[in-house]
Design a protein around this ligand. Structure first.
Ligand SMILES: Cc1ncc(COP(=O)(O)O)c(C=O)c1O
Length: 348
């Protein structure tokens, strides 16, 4: 209500308050709140100097926006296969894709699990590349004791309603420890204005609404307890599925997985999914097609053999229900139904 009575609709006091508290939560100097996570990626890339003609390394399995943002600023996404066990960018396959045009790497902390940041940062330093961490699915996840978003030159978040920290509509943010990067991002996101009607560059309009900022500020203090709830649910799933023969998610002991998604691998995936739906259990696919094989990238001419891991997992991955409010009984029901579905579809 205060947002309305104070007409703080776009940017303003409530957006500033959220920016400050989110920067503090992550442990960085600056947060620039923007309209959504895709804009955050585009602006974040531009803020570290990526643009027309550059190449940017992107994992073969992530949400489309990670690669789309690269294309939207005139650069080309260069896909790298993922790690078989952890679903994230495989650092051992990055260097083979580096060319003189490569300008940046975007590790995505997919499903809430931190990417292998030590190895990725070492490669980036060796080749003088920028690193943008796509943290859209990993608010509060940690790698070797440090929160994701604090490793690279810049990091971006989405607060899409279903994210671990979600607004009541679209919202996003760019974070950085660099004054220069944060100032450039803020400038780009607000029509290139450093003061009213003083435009120093051609920017765009991507600002956080006051109402979304107020929602996020109310929700942020609960985030840690929601993340812990997700982690506990993942443990329960792991325990109940231990005898199922299915591949369940795992994380290195130095990573705090925040389980934005709980992804298993199942045989006969489509049939299993249909059986679960019959039992009233909604599941998801993240993602049904690895990015290099999407129609949008058909001109790049990729073959399955270019991304053997991502390709081999496409028809197996299945996201089970995961949210903080799940109960043990609900998880038991899902696991029972899943085991039944796997047994039934193996014989039919
Ligand atoms: C990994 C990843 N990157 C980027 C985005 C884009 O965020 P938004 O939907 O807020 O534009 C998302 C959100 O769906 C995502 O999951």
């Amino acid at each position: 209500m205060k947002v309305v009575s104070e007409t703080a609709f776009i940017g303003g006091k409530y957006a500033k308050e959220f920016e400050e508290s989110f920067a503090k939560y992550i442990g960085v100097n600056y947060c620039v709140a923007v309209a959504n996570g895709t804009d955050a990626l585009e602006i974040g890339l531009q803020a570290v100097g990526v643009g027309e003609g550059d190449e940017v390394i992107v994992p073969a399995n992530t949400f489309f926006a990670t690669a789309e943002a690269v294309g939207n600023i005139g650069a080309t996404p260069v896909f790298v296969d993922i790690d078989e066990k952890f679903y994230n960018l495989d650092p051992s396959k990055i260097e083979a894709k580096i060319t003189p045009k490569t300008k940046a790497i975007i590790p995505v902390h997919l499903y809430g699990l931190p990417a292998e940041m030590d190895e990725i940062m070492a490669i980036a330093r060796k080749h003088d590349l920028k690193v943008l961490e796509d943290c859209a699915q990993a608010h509060g996840a940690t790698y070797k004791g440090k929160t994701v978003g604090t490793f690279g030159d810049v990091a971006t978040f989405s607060f899409y309603p279903s994210k671990n920290l979600g607004a009541f509509g679209d919202a996003g943010a760019i974070i950085s420890n660099s004054t220069e990067v944060a100032e450039k991002a803020r400038l780009i996101a607000n029509h290139g204005q450093f003061a009213k009607n003083r435009h120093t560059l051609i920017g765009r309009n991507s600002r956080l609404d006051g109402i979304q900022a107020a929602v996020l500020s109310v929700k942020l203090p609960h985030l840690e307890s929601w993340l812990e709830a997700r982690r506990k649910h993942a443990e329960t799933y792991n325990k109940l599925l231990a005898d199922s023969g299915l591949i369940t998610p795992t994380a290195p002991e130095y990573s705090r997985h925040t389980y934005h998604l709980y992804v298993v691998q199942v045989p006969n995936r489509e049939k299993v999914m249909a059986k679960l739906a019959e039992d009233g259990i909604e599941t998801g696919l993240h993602y049904p097609t690895a990015l290099p094989f999407l129609e949008a990238y058909s001109d790049l001419g990729y073959q399955p053999s270019d991304f053997p891991v991502a390709y081999s997992q496409i028809d197996k991955i299945l996201s089970l229900p995961m949210y903080a409010e799940l109960t043990d009984e609900m998880i038991e029901t899902v696991c029972r139904s899943l085991k039944n579905a796997v047994a039934l579809t193996a014989t039919n």
